[in-house]
Design a binder for this molecule. Sequence first.
Ligand code: SF4
Length: 342
Amino acid sequence: MITLSKTDYILFRECPKNVWYKIHKPDIYFQSELSDFEKHLIGTGNEVELVARQTFPDGVLIDSRDEAAQKLTKEYIAKKQPVLFQPVFLKDNFLAAVDVLKFNPETGSYDIYEIKASNEIDRKRHFYDLAFQVNLLRKCGVKVGMINLMHLDSDYVRSGKLDIFRLFKSDDVTKEINDLCEEVALEMDKALAYLSQETEPIGSCCCVYKGRSNHCSTFNHSNPHVPEYSVHDITRIGLSKKKLAALVDIGSFHMHQVPEDMELSDAQRNQISAHVSDTVIINKGKITEELEQLVYPVHFIDYETFPSAIPMFDGFSPYQQIPFQYSLFVLESPNSKPNRRF
Ligand code: SF4
């Protein structure tokens, strides 16, 4: 039987089959590298957690997940260590580390703080994530007190030195999580049984009815009959669920198999025609019409921004877009050359 981590349980809730590949066929699951965006998200999560920890003075960090770390966690819990960062628990094949455990001497229980690098609570992910931890802690004999979700406060505006106590907001979600624990316990058992099966789940997967942006890295493996460039790539087809379902149900996966009388938007029909006929479609009349409406001088402005979870400058809030670069070109008349102004 496998060991089910909290992370894999959350992924299981999104797609069981996908996690099965992650555990049993990592060569397929990890065939594509993490995108820069995904790496940035991970980096942001780590950065926010490090700052959040500063609001818990004298916390002790347990920085691995191995047996030694599990043993160390037990020892600290037994001696009621006031604050623990990343204590790690393993019981009945379930594994999780908790962001922050804080001992409450008045109740004799440990309060949980789950740190999220977001401005809002995401009930679907965050609540199930916490309920998994609570169930596991209880299995391990830890008395759980308050359950808190600590996240960035979008109302905070930096002014001078970063005020870490105003940067974060802590929501008491004890009741919501306790109400959810029973459901999650059943789902944890189900996930463990499903993911422990040695045989590969067969058949195509439900993403065959979704647009390309929803497909995970294992889509091609589960759906070998779907070409690399398929009807899933038709622009905005993911938003037209009925159209995509109609094509999938009649086995039309190639662009040239899309029926001519199918109701499609102009953009969708143009994309299919261009692909099938292997020609570039340029509507010169429309382009001319559009250009003739321009009033000179014409300004071309381009700029870049980035959202920083931890506000870097005065006047900024968590995730507020920070502009950092721009350019401006001006075209005085249809026949002049663009002049760079900045
Ligand atoms: S393509 Fe979709 S349904 Fe298929 S394994 Fe990936 S996430 Fe799951």
